[in-house]
Write a protein that binds this ligand. Sequence first.
Ligand code: AP5
Length: 216
Amino acid sequence: MNLVLLGCPGSGKGTQAEILCKHFHMKKVSLGDILRQEADKGSNLGNTVSEYMGKGVLVPDEIIKEVIKNNLGEESFLLDGFPRNLNQADMLKDILSSKGLSLDRVIYLNVSEDVAVSRLTGRRICKNCGALYHKVTMPPEQDNKCDKCGSDLVMREDDKEETVKRRWQVYMNQTHALIEYYSKAGLLSEFDGNKDKESVFKAIIDNLGHGEDKES
Ligand code: AP5
């Protein structure tokens, strides 16, 4: 099964990607995570990527195309954060067809702007293992320490309020059009992403079919 997770910044894509990939044994291809890893390397490419991400705007499509080509193989996958504009959607179609693959479903997490902003400004991430927390809705057991590895939790650079506003505008101007695009293609399933993590997850797996769960 090949899936795309679509939704505004803070809609819960990363959170659901993590548990869906475990549940269905899919490869998680999270563009934001891959780009942040590149930025951390401090390479020329990493510095370029970091500049765009810091401003809350999209990294140019030519860079994204290479990243995607290098991360899609034979195994079933879940794309988190790609595509983000119509050009990238066409790009994905071409890459998949050149590999003899196709998309099975696009999972759209619909979340209000207020919820998204409060999730992003309250988000904390483990700087060691990348585990996700929220200071109100998903707090760690020990203040500011990761439950999984005990490392410090940090705020993402682009989660400051001004940058969050810019990311929201970019989403509305460029990414939102994909809802209609995938709806017309008969691939879109919409979910109420304002609900808690477990309810959203359950709604998605009910929709996709539990039969895919190789663990049960
Ligand atoms: P990326 O890292 O993908 O950021 P994003 O799309 O803005 O999404 P976020 O990661 O901020 O939010 P999310 O929807 O994953 O929510 P999360 O689960 O973390 O991309 C960053 C940047 O990279 C972009 O701005 C761009 O510059 C660049 N980029 C990436 N892809 C690109 C592309 N294709 N083309 C060009 N550039 C690209 O949850 C958020 C918080 O809410 C967490 O604290 C979580 O604990 C909490 N939470 C989650 N779900 C729930 C719930 N149901 N109830 C309560 N709390 C919840």
